[in-house]
Design a protein around this ligand. Sequence first.
Ligand code: SAH
Length: 211
Amino acid sequence: MDTLTALKCKNLADNIANEINLSPALYDAFSQIDRSKFCNIKAHAFSLDPQRILANQWISSPLTVAKMTMALELDGVDSVLEIGCGSGYQAAILSQIVRRVFSIERIEKLANQAKECIKNLKISNIHIKFDDGNGGWKKYAPYERILLSAATEKIDERLFIQLENNGILVAPIKRGNKQNITKFIKNEIGQIEEIILDECEFVPLLKGTTI
Ligand code: SAH
């Protein structure tokens, strides 16, 4: 990364840290990942706004990425599954904090573009799959954490099954015409507790796949 880009990334991390409480590991992740590599309009890459990417989808606002990541409580966590890879930016942030990231995308060209981008950045601990994420990714389950990057009214039971006991699943949950970041904590005997956090705005979680 050149010096100017490094400064812009650090500035982005500072701007986020001014708005919400960031862990040192997450602050470093925002400083180390060049968001412009994931955005179509490079000039706006370091603002706190969401942006359009391919196929009419969105890369979330860095502030939302930060809130979702903080809600996951990633200290000491090994594996995270993300549903809704999109540009791959959220997965790239996660990759700086945990050992293994698995991310699923239902739009084939987005999955391919994200894979390419991650490869160019030489990040080797992210595994991306083109599929409908509602069924999770059985092969590597169970996961310590699961993150939905698309909004739904109800979490598919298969995702809770693939979440470890004492694990956390974070998702944007639709209630009426509002969405809230929602944290589901699975206790040691598999019961789920739900905590409603900030309002948010995500594209809908859909079923099936498309090219
Ligand atoms: N995390 C992304 C933002 C994602 S926007 C980023 O950092 O850029 C939400 C993404 O979820 C979109 O790309 C959309 O295609 C995808 N999506 C929606 N429903 C899905 C499903 N059932 N399985 C996998 N991906 C899904």
